[in-house]
Design a protein around this ligand. Structure first.
Ligand SMILES: Nc1ncnc2c1ncn2[C@@H]1O[C@H](COP(=O)(O)OP(=O)(O)OP(=O)(O)O)[C@@H](O)[C@H]1O
Length: 360
């Protein structure tokens, strides 16, 4: 197939978006622990990729391999078309500048003013003072902190400190912004404003962002795609609405437990595997099928065949994502079967969770 070499030197096939980052079979062991056990993934230009995983899954090791602080044992780490695995320290430095980073605890220098903090990456690059202060001003305007240029970090709120962190990360016009739990130390309202800022910058500048987080809400609200890492492996990957709407791996279901409707605990506690008066079904569907009148249609087709127990419709990336729990009379197995068939014909994922005798 024909390939095109773009301005950044990356080969792309026609119709394929340019990849800013590509990892291929990256491995890193610490003793017997495989922190990264064959990770392959890519981030396209202008995309926001979220990486989620439980503690110890390998997220920090992945970030450290990407910014060259950690060496992979094997595999390819390609940034803007260049494999950084195996590069010597001096060769790594200019490539490291192509990656901006923001951190949970901001990592600002307390003895420097806000504008000096923002301009620091440019000072390290040897950019003249007037030019770097001009750039710092532009960036402070972008993050809404022009009036704090001469302030010191200690006088700022957590949200303002993270805005400074974002401005500093963008100073050297990076190809990629790595966000390492950047909102984990912030309250929910401040988190929302920082996420809105990141999304805004992503849209305005076409900035590519890779964010590592244990907060599912962060991924839900700004990421385009999500990859789930577990024991050093990517176990699931796809568009956020699709993965959040229909997670396959047990770890993904568990991580998303707090964000997707769950069967209320008191009902779950009394389910048995047979012998109840009602079967409790989970019904998951996303995309266009989740729109509309599924339950009205079911009611019309099979009157008195179910009762809604719990659930709702969310919207992720403008796509409806529905998860409901329904109770179906168990005395008539043929009816329960028809309900299941009806829902599956509408592309729903249906699972019988158990049987209830004591409904409220
Ligand atoms: N320098 C090291 N020496 C020994 N083991 C390490 C080292 N760094 C990471 N590990 C191990 O590798 C695995 C992955 O660790 P990593 O810090 O990448 O996970 P994580 O997903 O970032 O976890 P957390 O969310 O808690 O920060 C863990 O089992 C960890 O104990």
């Amino acid at each position: 197939m024909n390939s095109i070499v773009s301005a950044s030197g990356i080969e792309t096939r026609p119709g394929e978006a340019e990849e800013v980052v590509r990892l291929k079979d990256v491995r890193r062991k610490f003793g017997v622990t495989a922190a990264l056990d064959g990770v392959s993934l890519s981030v396209k230009k202008g995309e926001i990729l979220g990486i989620i995983g439980r503690s110890g899954a390998g997220k920090s090791t992945l970030i450290r391999c990407l910014n060259g602080l950690e060496r992979a044992d094997s595999g390819e780490i390609v940034i803007e078309g260049r494999n950084i695995a195996g590069l010597a320290e001096q060769e790594l430095q200019p490539l490291r500048r192509r990656i901006g980073m923001i951190f949970q605890h901001f990592n600002l220098l307390s003895a420097k003013t806000v504008e000096e903090n923002v301009a620091l990456p440019l000072k390290i690059e040897g950019v003249a003072k007037a030019e770097r202060l001009k750039r710092a001003q532009e960036l402070l305007e972008l993050v809404g902190l022009s009036d704090k240029a001469r302030a010191y970090p200690s006088s700022l709120s957590g949200g303002q400190k993270q805005r400074v962190g974002i401005a500093r990360a963008l100073a050297a016009r990076p190809a990629l912004l790595l966000s390492d739990e950047a909102t984990s130390a912030l309250d929910p309202e401040t988190t929302r404003s920082i996420l809105a800022l990141l999304k805004d910058i992503n849209r305005k500048l076409g900035l590519t962002i890779l964010l590592i987080t244990h907060e599912m809400e962060v991924v839900r609200s700004i990421a385009d795609r999500v990859a789930v890492i577990d024991a050093g492996r990517i176990v699931e990957e796809g568009q956020v609405w699709s993965i959040f709407g229909d997670p396959q791996a047990a770890i993904t279901k568990s991580l998303l437990g707090g964000i997707r409707p769950q069967l209320p605990a008191h009902i779950a506690a009394r389910l048995s595997q047979k012998g109840g008066t009602e079967a409790i079904l989970s019904v998951d569907l996303s995309g266009p099928e989740a729109q509309g009148a599924l339950f009205a249609d079911l009611s019309a087709a099979l009157p008195h065949s179910f009762r809604l127990v719990h659930g709702g419709i969310d919207h992720i990336q403008n796509q409806p994502v529905a998860r409901f729990f329904i109770a179906v009379p168990a005395r008539n197995p043929a009816l329960a079967e028809k309900v299941e068939q009806f829902l599956k014909a509408r592309s729903a994922r249906v699972e019988v969770l158990g049987y209830d005798t004591d409904h409220d």
